[in-house]
Design a protein around this ligand. Structure first.
Ligand SMILES: O=C(O)CCC(=O)C(=O)O
Ligand SMILES: [Fe+2]
Length: 205
């Protein structure tokens, strides 16, 4: 086996073990720094050209209440993307899903991913990712794209495992978080200092 493949497997195992032990997995360096930079430049470009759109909650129409629940702007990543950094990202997630299906019999058939940009002070209130209309969502991952993020910048992802302590995770570039879409309550805290960039994805069956 190639060195890279061994590293990938170790990382996938770390994420799965975290899910088993603590209901969530977290691993740094899911993507190489050069890929993180490429994806960050891409989301920056999307934002500057007005292609990031306000996200709704649970369905296509965006209501006033949605704004009190979540403030991010999103853009969906196409499976057929020709952006080299998106291709690397999509491949790595695909490998993770293959590993999950082989070792945990999860029968995930597809995944969907979008960029998220949270402007300063915007947030996403406590929620779970499996909406009534989104029964197919089995697992959630978030990969962060931020440069030089410090704890003082805020913007933590708070996880509320049913039995266990709240976890506050800083959105450090390259880091991935993984949990079950139907059970983990979570929340994005506002950052007082910076925009917060990420890719959120859902594994579906
Ligand atoms: O960006 C994060 O840390 C979480 C985002 C989230 O909860 C969502 O998009 O459903
Ligand atoms: Fe979420």
């Amino acid at each position: 086996m190639e060195e890279q493949e061994i590293q990938d497997r170790k990382q996938f195992e770390e994420l799965i073990q975290g899910l088993i032990d603590n209901k969530y997995g977290c691993s740094n360096d899911f993507l190489l720094p050069s890929t993180v930079i490429g994806l960050r430049d891409t989301i920056q470009h999307l934002a500057e050209s007005g292609k990031m759109k306000r996200a709704g909650v649970g369905n296509a129409t965006i209501t006033k209440q949605d704004h009190a629940i979540r403030g991010d702007k999103i853009n969906w990543i196409q499976e057929s993307s020709i952006n080299p950094f998106e291709i690397i990202y999509l491949k790595k997630v695909g490998k993770f899903i293959d590993h999950l299906n082989k070792t945990c019999f999860t029968s995930i058939k597809s995944f969907e991913s979008h960029y998220s940009n949270y402007e300063k002070m915007s947030f996403y209130k406590r929620h779970i990712d499996q909406f009534k209309s989104e029964k197919g969502r089995k697992f959630s991952i978030i990969v962060y794209l931020n440069q030089d993020w410090q704890d003082e910048d805020g913007g933590q992802l708070s996880l509320y495992p049913e039995s266990g302590e709240t976890q506050n995770i800083s959105p450090i570039g390259g880091r991935i978080v993984f949990f079950r879409s139907d059970e983990m309550e979570h929340e994005v805290q506002p950052s007082h200092t910076k925009e917060r960039k990420s890719i959120a994805a859902w594994f579906k069956n």
